[in-house]
Design a protein around this ligand. Structure first.
Ligand code: NAD
Length: 251
């Protein structure tokens, strides 16, 4: 159903982004895998018959209008997924880290959306899909930058939905709980250090305390929802945020 469509997935070389790239390609889309990990992006693009874009989305000064216009040329489906995490109490949180997270996870999506919209408007079709998080709608201690960036991205997505509605462009967020990816495996170790407990306890006692279903989300489950949001079936879905958090945010 996505035959003839072109998709760009940021952070597409790993974790959720890679699963999203696969699921969009399986449905017939040409996928551009965008990542700072150029080798990983190229390898996956090869496998999927897509293309890759090696880019450091933190380096927004280099993301000129020309470079962005070329990167999003012909893109019908933009998936803003690249993200990082830092965990520290606010009083110890490095302001440099705070700015980096806001840049990568809020400013870069803004720049890509801004560059992609004119052609989408011209075509009368576009899908903006932002991978936020349960932390786009709920907070946790020690994640000031991440929670701020994800709440911001939820807001940006709603504004995009309002502006894009009359042009056939939808914008939505997918907000997962903890997903089994390298990012979470790293957090398990970091949380264990912050709380001074073993990693196994971090999962059961900290990460999944709020979740009604006590397991991690699989990347393929997130990718399946993204593929549906990209489809014609989801044409009336816009400005929404779909949680996939095992019931966490039902509390
Ligand atoms: P991941 O670490 O497995 O993958 C992130 C990808 O982003 C990597 O390929 C990395 O190279 C790329 N990336 C990092 N910095 C970049 C930069 N400066 N420029 C370009 N690419 C860059 O992470 P993931 O767990 O798959 O997370 C993907 C998204 O999903 C993130 O936005 C994350 O916040 C969100 N999310 C993850 C979880 C989870 O539990 N894993 C839960 C909710 C939301």
């Amino acid at each position: 159903p996505l035959t003839g469509k072109r998709a760009l997935v940021t952070g597409g070389a790993s974790g959720i982004g890679a699963a999203v790239a696969r699921s969009l390609a399986e449905r017939g889309a040409h996928v551009v895998v965008a990542d700072i990990d150029g080798a990983g992006a190229a390898a996956l693009a090869d496998e999927l018959g897509g293309s890759s874009w090696t880019v450091d989305l933190l380096d927004t000064a280099s993301l000129t209008d020309d470079i962005l216009a070329e990167a999003v040329d012909g893109v019908d489906i933009l998936v803003n997924n690249a993200g990082i995490q830092r965990i520290n109490p606010i009083q110890d949180f490095d302001p440099v880290d705070f700015r980096r997270i806001i840049t990568l996870m809020l400013e870069a999506p803004f720049l890509l959306i801004r560059a992609a919209l004119p052609k989408m408007y011209e075509n009368g079709f576009g899908r903006i899909i932002n991978i936020t998080s349960v932390h786009g709608i709920r907070a946790s201690p020690f994640k000031s930058a991440y929670v701020s960036a994800k709440h911001g991205l939820e807001g940006l997505s709603k504004v995009t939905a309002l502006e894009g509605g009359e042009h056939g462009v939808t914008s939505n967020c997918v907000s997962p709980g903890y997903v089994r990816t390298p990012l979470v495996e790293k957090q398990l170790a970091e949380q264990a250090a912050v709380h001074g407990i073993p990693e196994a306890e971090v999962l059961s006692r900290i990460m999944l305390t709020e979740s009604a279903i006590k397991r991690l989300v699989e990347p393929e489950e997130v990718a399946s929802l993204v593929a549906w949001l990209a489809s014609e079936d989801a044409a009336m879905v816009t400005g929404s945020s779909y949680t996939m958090d095992g019931g966490w945010s039902a509390r």
